[in-house]
Design a protein around this ligand. Structure first.
Ligand code: PMP
Length: 467
């Protein structure tokens, strides 16, 4: 099938819809376990987990049956001033997964909605605080270049020049600090511990500069996904939360990507000394079978929403959709029943170990980092300058992987692996082999050199023949 003319693909240059070399347009028509198939019948390992979300793999009949049964019974019912069992069950299940550290779960449809909800929740929380001196807190801090979704609040959080250029004016009161990305020498150091320390100092400086009585929250991903699988230590977040406590600020963790076993823990924040006040969830919550997201809040947060006219002024039609909720419950059950969190940790360690061992023979690998089955490979022209590979060089490598039957994700100069959490060592080996071949950029240069020589030879022969 030709690319559909009328479909306006997200984040896609429709004029440059590059067909993957040797593979053709990526029209995916079928999925089974960790594999997807394109229209021509070619089989791929879905090493990007589609958009990082297909945790339990494709083609789970069990989830299709749940959706079918729930649709027949009650396809839809709202949660506005009424309720239904599936939304209640999902909310209970999510809070229970944190040992009921969280007391309330708001249900939504996607990660952007979860983040937007968390931002509004934060502002309303402070605006109706019992303590008058806290009512002026509205500013939210985040890491520059972070990705929290596509809504106005979410793009405002990113501090990204492109968003500013294209969509300004962005919402006010959203401020950024550089993330502790030591690989590229943030805060003038390539040492991660020092980088994190300086970042914490910067956060405190910004809070003091802006005025603590205006500062509401910090939002961050435990491992920054889109920004390049940037791993940040748990102790950084522990210290950050102590700092936020001192300034009466909330911590919002965006676990849309890291949640539900992706990093080898059920939630990446399980490893923090204290859980964040607000937790955003998406992606793995339903493995993409249906759109679902959630925002969890503690009892302390909910406290400010009690009382006359204090309830949360927020909600969308699909909030707590019964079919979506039922499927999310089924999906979470699979994750727990099949020990996919443990598999993510073990297979993740195995795969990352193998890729790290490639560093010696593949100088293009600048750094390999990640946690569980969330693995990033920073590709560079050389390891001293750490100059990133160009967009076209990256695309070549990604296209080579596709030709070799492995779909990987990339952003800027980082290849990201987010395979379904069900993958075996055998599948991990296949992913590794494809990467080993595709990352052989030296070999590619050799081939190009040979092609160039061949072309020169043919041209000169033609010239001789013509003269
Ligand atoms: N937060 C994070 C950390 C994400 O990675 C994403 C999506 N990649 C989002 C939020 C937005 O989620 P969605 O695309 O479902 O709106």
């Amino acid at each position: 099938m030709e690319r559909a003319y009328h479909l306006w693909n997200p984040f896609t240059d429709l004029e440059e819809f590059l067909p993957y070399k040797d593979v053709g347009p990526m029209t995916i028509v079928r999925g089974e376990g960790p594999f997807v198939y394109n229209e021509a019948g070619k089989k791929f390992i879905n090493a990007s987990g589609s958009l990082w979300n297909v945790a339990v793999g494709h083609g789970r009949e069990e989830l299709a049956d749940i959706a079918f049964e729930q649709m027949k019974k009650l396809c839809y019912s709202s949660c506005f001033r009424q309720t239904h069992p599936k939304a209640c069950e999902l909310a209970d299940c999510l809070c229970a997964l944190t040992g009921n550290y969280y007391d309330k779960a708001y249900l939504g449809s996607n990660g952007s909605e979860a983040v937007e909800t968390a931002l509004k929740l934060t502002r309303q929380f402070f605006r109706q605080s019992k303590a008058e001196e806290k009512r002026g807190k509205y500013k939210i801090l985040s890491f520059k270049g972070c990705y929290h979704g596509v809504s106005y609040g979410a793009i405002g959080l990113s501090g990204d020049e492109i968003n500013e250029k294209l969509y300004a004016p962005l919402p006010g009161g959203l401020l950024q600090v550089e993330p502790p990305y030591s690989y590229h020498g943030a805060y003038g150091t390539k040492d991660q511990a020092e980088c994190e320390l300086k970042c914490l100092e910067e956060i405190q400086r910004v809070i003091e500069r802006e005025g603590p009585d205006t500062m509401a929250a910090f939002i961050a991903e435990p491992v920054m996904g889109e920004r390049g699988i940037i791993t940040i230590s748990d102790s950084f977040f522990d210290t950050l939360m102590e700092l936020l406590d001192r300034y009466d600020m909330l911590m919002i963790a965006d676990e849309v990507t890291t949640g539900f076993g992706r990093t080898g823990e059920l939630f990446a924040t399980d490893r923090w000394r204290k859980r964040p006040d607000i937790l955003c969830l998406g992606k793995g919550i339903s493995s993409g079978y249906l759109p679902v997201s959630a925002v969890l809040a503690t009892k302390e947060v909910y406290e400010n929403f009690k009382g006359e006219d204090h309830y949360f002024q927020h909600g969308s039609t699909s909030s707590g959709n019964p079919v979506c909720s039922a499927v999310a419950l089924g999906n979470i059950d699979i994750i727990l029943r099949e020990n996919l969190v443990e598999n993510s940790r073990k297979t993740g360690e195995y795969l990352m170990g193998k890729i790290r061992s490639l560093m010696e023979e593949r100088p293009v690998l600048g750094e390999v980092r990640g946690r569980g089955l969330m693995i990033g490979m920073e590709l560079v022209k050389d390891r001293v300058s750490r100059e990133p590979l160009s967009e076209s060089e990256m695309f070549e490598i990604v296209a080579d992987c596709a030709s070799l039957g492995v779909i990987v994700y990339y952003n800027r100069n980082v290849i990201a692996l987010f395979p379904p959490l069900i993958i075996t060592k055998d599948i991990a080996d296949h992913i590794y082999s494809a990467l080993k071949t595709a990352l052989d950029t030296g070999q590619k240069e050799e081939i190009l050199k040979k092609k160039r020589l061949l072309k020169e030879l043919v041209t000169s022969k033609l010239r001789t023949a013509n003269s």
